[in-house]
Design a protein around this ligand. Structure first.
Ligand code: ZN
Ligand code: ZN
Length: 372
């Protein structure tokens, strides 16, 4: 963000005993946001970081929260104050999720910390409402490689969850996944296996076996087995993962209306592509080449590229999948047919309008794949 888009700030002069602290680092502040006049910073750098991270979204919301009776505003009642803060918490949480899905881990931090501060104020310390915030903070710090902070936030989350064991499979699943990642990154592979296995269990209870979440958990589990050199287990787990994703993606291709294009879903597709690519790479390196698995994984990648409207990639993976089916000992006609029809869908989308039709339409309007 350009500096001129930032709100003006003005230097503070303090009366004694009225020390203001920086919004981000809690060190003594020297600057104040000119718009809300209730947020302070140690310097321009933290003011800019906060502005980009969250403050531009919430600056105007903060005035009534902090106003005594100044600015002609009525002081809010306790209940109104709580509602306002809950609203702020949701805005912050949303912002963190968007930043994380865009892999902007550093920019996610100001909103995540603010979210934690307000959540503690509204819900109290050690309450279940804090767990999702701790997990977001852990995820942001994981992206930044700050493993000691990840450990700290996850143990806070673990503590709350251990006091509320009935909090639901969804919460347990997210906690286990984060702990699995932490241990995998720290090189504690046995502990990582333990947490990813629990992740898969909670995920299958919450979302079912045929779900992206459970599949991702299985993939992560297999990835640790791969690091341990347990190729046979990896092979069978990847095969399971590929089968489920294949079914899920085919359903999405057949029902294009259910495919969402939010930044969160796009980020999920990117993650899924990465996992499928490493499964394809595993097949290439595996001495026991298995064209059936290569075909299924490449077809998944082609479908994913089609959903992401990357036609060239879809055609490339489609052809890889077709070649693999051709080299199978026992031909799988159903799979080959399904790959063919995907390639046709892509070609149909790319088609230049036939002569006589309005040429100008062809460049701006892509035919939707609903006709299939
Ligand atoms: Zn600061
Ligand atoms: Zn402000």
């Amino acid at each position: 963000m350009e500096a001129q888009e930032l709100k003006e700030i003005f230097p503070l002069t303090f009366s004694k005993g009225n020390k203001k602290l920086c919004e981000l680092c809690q060190r003594p502040a020297h600057l104040q946001c000119n718009q809300c006049q209730v947020t302070y910073y140690c310097g321009v750098k933290h003011q800019q970081t906060d502005w980009v991270g969250i403050h531009q979204r919430i600056c105007q919301f903060l005035v009534p929260l902090h106003a005594k009776t100044a600015f002609g505003l009525q002081k809010l009642s306790q209940a109104e104050m709580k509602l306002k803060k809950q609203e702020l918490i949701e805005i912050c949480k949303c912002e963190v999720q968007i930043k994380l899905s865009e892999r902007k881990h550093l920019e996610a931090l100001p909103a995540a910390h603010l979210c934690l501060r307000y959540s503690k104020e509204v819900y109290g310390p050690n309450t279940m409402e804090l767990v999702p915030v701790y997990l977001l903070l852990a995820e942001a710090n994981m992206g930044l490689g700050n493993l000691s902070l990840v450990r700290e936030f996850l143990s806070q989350a673990e503590l709350v969850v251990s006091e509320n064991p009935d909090c639901g499979h969804g919460v347990h699943q997210q906690l286990c996944r984060n702990l699995g990642h932490l241990h995998a990154l720290s090189g504690h592979l046995d502990a990582a296996l333990h947490y990813f296995a629990n992740d898969v269990y909670h995920s299958s209870e919450e979302y079912g076996l045929d779900s992206t979440c459970t599949c991702t958990g299985l993939f992560l589990l297999a990835d640790v087995f791969d690091k341990q050199g347990n190729t046979a287990v990896v092979r069978s787990m990847y095969s399971e993962v590929a089968q489920v994703w294949h079914r899920l993606l085919q359903t999405q291709i057949q029902n294009p209306d259910t495919v969402s294009d939010s930044s969160y879903d796009k980020a999920q597709r990117v993650e899924q592509e990465k996992m499928l690519m490493s499964m394809l790479e595993f097949e290439r390196k595996d001495s026991r080449t298995n064209p059936a698995q290569t075909a299924v994984v490449a077809h998944c990648l082609a479908m994913l590229a089609f959903l992401g409207e990357d036609d060239q990639k879809a055609l490339g993976f489609g052809n890889t999948a077709l070649q693999a089916t051709a080299s199978q000992l026992i031909p799988n006609h159903g799979l080959a047919e399904s790959i063919h029809s995907l390639i046709q869908l892509v070609q149909h989308r790319q088609e230049v309008p036939p002569p006589g039709s309005d040429q100008s339409q062809g460049t701006s309007c892509t035919p939707s794949p609903t006709e299939q």
